[in-house]
Design a protein. Sequence first.
Lengths: 252, 252, 270, 270, 314
Amino acid sequence: MSNPSKPVRPAGAPSALEVLVRDKRFRGADGVLVHAIDEIAFDVPAGSFTTLIGPSGCGKTTTLRIILGLDDDFAGHIRLPEKEGRTAVVFQEPRLLPWRTAEDNVRLALPDAMESENLDDLFAIVGLSEMRNRYPSELSLGLARRVALARAFAIKPSLLLLDEPFVSLDEMTATRLRQLLVTVWSARRTTALMVTHNLREAVQLSDRIVFLTERPARIRGVEVIDRDRSARDADWRERTVRDLDRRYSGVL
Amino acid sequence: MSNPSKPVRPAGAPSALEVLVRDKRFRGADGVLVHAIDEIAFDVPAGSFTTLIGPSGCGKTTTLRIILGLDDDFAGHIRLPEKEGRTAVVFQEPRLLPWRTAEDNVRLALPDAMESENLDDLFAIVGLSEMRNRYPSELSLGLARRVALARAFAIKPSLLLLDEPFVSLDEMTATRLRQLLVTVWSARRTTALMVTHNLREAVQLSDRIVFLTERPARIRGVEVIDRDRSARDADWRERTVRDLDRRYSGVL
Amino acid sequence: MAVEAESAETESRLHRLASRGWAPKALTFVSLLGLLAIWWIAAIIADSRVLPAPPAVLDALHRDAVTGELWFNLAMTLMRVFFAFVTAMVIGSAIGIALGMSASANRFFDPWLILFLNIPALVVIVLAYIWFGLNEVAAIGAIAVNKIPNVVVTMREGARALDPQLAEMAKVYRFGRAKTLRHVILPQLQPYFAAASRSGLALIWKIALVVELLGRSNGVGFQIHLYFQLFDVAAILAYTLAFVVVMLLIEFLLVQPLEARSTRWRPKRA
Amino acid sequence: MAVEAESAETESRLHRLASRGWAPKALTFVSLLGLLAIWWIAAIIADSRVLPAPPAVLDALHRDAVTGELWFNLAMTLMRVFFAFVTAMVIGSAIGIALGMSASANRFFDPWLILFLNIPALVVIVLAYIWFGLNEVAAIGAIAVNKIPNVVVTMREGARALDPQLAEMAKVYRFGRAKTLRHVILPQLQPYFAAASRSGLALIWKIALVVELLGRSNGVGFQIHLYFQLFDVAAILAYTLAFVVVMLLIEFLLVQPLEARSTRWRPKRA
Amino acid sequence: LFAIAGPAGAQESVRIGVLKYGTVNWELDAMTREGLDTAHGVDVEIVPFASEDASTVALQAGAVDMIVSDWLWVSRQRAEGADFTFLPYSTSVGSLMVPAQSEVETLGDLKGKTIGVAGGPLDKNWLLIQALASRDFEIDLSAENEIAYGAPPLLAEKARSGELDAVLNYWHYAARLEAEGFRTLVSGTDAAMQMGTDGPVASIGWVFRDQFAEEHPEAVSGFIAADQATKALLATSDEAWEALRPLMKAESEDAFETLKARYREGIPGRSAEAEAADTAKLYELLARIGGERLVGPSPVLVEGTYFTGEGNGG
Ligand SMILES: Nc1ncnc2c1ncn2[C@@H]1O[C@H](COP(=O)(O)OP(=O)(O)OP(=O)(O)O)[C@@H](O)[C@H]1O
Ligand SMILES: Nc1ncnc2c1ncn2[C@@H]1O[C@H](COP(=O)(O)OP(=O)(O)OP(=O)(O)O)[C@@H](O)[C@H]1O
Ligand SMILES: [Mg+2]
Ligand SMILES: [Mg+2]
């Protein structure tokens, strides 16, 4: 069932993440075909930050899974940015190992070379210092999501995929973590793709925003934001959000 | 381990939901005590809509679990509004039975008297008409959350508890479902308590908002909103939100 | 590139069609052929009375089939296996679920369980025959008593691993006992039940052999021991095979379709 | 109201302390006493050679204990049980996990599994003895071969129920084979492993009895069958009890502490 | 005592698989205790087992050189290519026992009764007794009664408790029952003689491979001599029996005496030719009533079943 059109990775410097999904259907348990993706094609330039916005159930998670190689039963073609790079992902659910403590869940994801990394700062900034030795069942959902974020940030990825990373968090925590994300992302040439329903978040963080239609997903439009991140103050954000909301009704 | 201070239910008409949690600690798997709630006391008047806002991990879900009788190892006292009333809850996770279709998950929650209820309208309004026969593993997270919402609304509850019901939904769907919530809530004298991190949502829906502190949770303040819901236009909302944000820093 | 992808699509759809149609059946068939081949080759290499080749066993099977003996004894054993199986699964599951859900009941009954787990079949069977007479009830009861602790142990582990989140949901929505058991608890126990019943059927049949040896006058176990006294390995294998065929039929015609239905909801894997 | 709640708190804390301290041990003790009482009363009512009262069994135990026979035979059986157990669990788990994770391997080997599940212990044991001689290796091997299919069946169910979400996480974060097995797969299989090993130990001991009956000159099975021929039920029960005591010790001193450690992470239930 | 037959010095050893508390072990125990084996140039090594099945497995697995079994089994195995051979050991066989106060006096009274049969439907004695009943009383025992086949100790216990009206059991179980007041309705030997044998046929005997006899002729001849010496000793000396008490596990003095008496009765006393002739006769009889299922493919006793000492037919 493996798709022969394997990702072709470049040999040298990182290139863009190229996504082309020309057709994706699921066969339901009752045999009915669910047409999830009609045609999606976009690039995430190397080292840039792209956001995916689309209605609930349109095929965003499916797109991420295809990029991650977790689903190879589709028509199309994926090109990953780097041959040897590490990929980190924040799934839509925390996906922690219930039998490992918060800290162990993060540590297990570290590549061997980073095994004894000091994680104190990371845990402090995500607000988990006190919770390092707790098991996932002892964490609130928001705390568990933060462990999943810490895990993704800890491995210093070259490709970072995030599926609604900041839901279930209070605004103060979310703001702090968005800053952390920007720090992690800009520290290395990380290529990032984030799914969100929060247009304000998208406007604040992204270099470009890809809007998707209802299922089966097609591209509704791509907006490039080339304003410097430091210049994106509250006023500019509100204006941009309103502007986008006018052009893509229903996203705010 | 049962707490002898059982909820005392009134015999006649519905009364307020009275919540008094004077102390709640968890013993972690490693034996360490986690002090979750210091002291929380508030009322939800019968038929009113109250929202709980507090930092991630402060004890909101714990409070709901105590109200639901799922955790009776606490010091304090709960008084439920109605003796025979039905309670519905939207958990922070969808909590669907994976081996039942979306429709069956909703139907199973129906009391015997409503067994053959026509659910077409409900499924249409939550946007699940096409997904009634799908199993939860075939749904996106947003779709699954909608099934959980449909389940709560379907039973026409007299007490409704919601734990971040509208996360993972695009704004259009979320708006539609908030309207549905208001409809369901006002159709009967439903007493509702919602947890959210979304101040705009809280301001739009609630009669009162209870702000909590960091863990261990205490009451930070209670705001009563007595403006008619129909008069809460976008402008008023933005103003109120800003006002609250000034007084309760970090909630926006 | 586009062409490449297109062809891939067509191919993988075809592949999937095949694996839903005759392919699994063919695989099972090849598997059975493989077994037969291994046996035959081993028999030729061993070249001993102790491992007869397939034709010798078929002969023995045929011999007892035409006299009707085979069918009668097989039927008797299946009857005992069936009743003992149902009894053991029902009682064992009930006890196992109860122990798995209550830590204190488990703490109390755990030593009893270990005792009953470890009482040799011989002791139970002999005591049953002595107390209740040399009759079917004693025989079936003895088999069931031998199997029940195993069912309890497996189902108890399942009950311990139950998802508390779903239980809470059921409680809040007032599912009541029957609904909770049927729709929340039992589906989670399905894999444990499958494990207990698959290995349980095999175990029960093995105990049935001993029960028949010690005090019944018919059944496959009775026959096998008769032939063992004569050291007629071909006949022993013939009866074994007959039973295995019945088990294979049950597996493929009953258990697997049922299982496929009850695990339809699980995300499929390659 | 406040006072009411306060006292409730104190009480329930006390209760919990108790249930962590001596209470479980006392419960186990009461449970064992209860068993003894039931046995004794039944023996008095039955009043027959066939169900001797505890003192008669203790006598028999003492008789063989002072000659050293009991210890020697018990040790021999435990040795066989130990090696067969380790062999069966390792091989059975490996095969079971492999079959559970690959649908096509399973489709191919399922008929083989059913065959091996249902081959009577007698056949395996006799063939093992005849081919490999009457030695310990044949004996232990025969026990293991009898048990392996049961382990496979249980572990296979476990592997089928593995959470694909965690597997995906492990894949994306490049856990590699060893890490995935140790930290992702095995912890999910723990309840199945527990079920397979608890009922497995009991099954292995029962097969060991047959193995010893058919071709060893020592061991508890050897002794039990000797005493069966003399119909000395007290002696049979004495040997059974000796083994059960060993199993109880293993359960309480080894298995339960280990299990408590490995399931520490599970949300506790009342 | 017999004269020392074997050449002293070069000791041949024989491993013999026996039931630990079985009757054969009494004899071997007496033999080794008195040093009769070494006196005849063989060194007997007793390998105890917990069941008869175990000893047949052991012989085929090569773990022992000799066991005790019956000639029917030997003949059948020979017919299928094995090279076992047989040397008479005892004429003691099972008996059909009824309680002392039972109203059953002859086989003819056994109608509509519950009969326990150790050894299963193909047991030689059971077939003979059935044949006798059908010839003399025209009743079909297995059709007109409820037959319970089962484990010998269990059937003995069931006879004691009265659940069975009659029980056909191996001789030492029968002897124990006799000591408890049961009486013999008919023994296997009686039945065989009434059906036409001239005397008691030794149905069980020492069984070993031709190959073993060829490679170790001294061992076999020495063992034969030692066995005869032991039988002679046990036939006459009560002292020798005292030493066997722990092995016999007799419940009572009565049981002890009965076992001793029945053992002595079972010592074969006839010439090898008479024995072989009667066996052939019995074989044909059994082949007729038991059919191929009992005796296997050969219509006559297979050549070489009886050990003759000079290169057996196989
Ligand atoms: N295994 C599956 N079998 C059948 N249908 C599936 C399966 N997985 C996903 N789908 C369907 O495919 C569509 C896209 O799903 P996906 O999870 O990609 O949505 P999404 O865009 O991530 O939505 P959300 O914002 O709610 O998470 C949905 O309609 C979903 O029901
Ligand atoms: N079973 C438990 N054992 C130990 N600690 C627990 C347990 N359950 C919850 N806690 C802790 O209690 C605190 C409150 O948890 P709760 O789930 O109520 O938070 P919350 O306010 O709902 O947070 P969020 O917004 O993240 O969902 C958290 O710090 C959590 O780690
Ligand atoms: Mg999604
Ligand atoms: Mg929460």
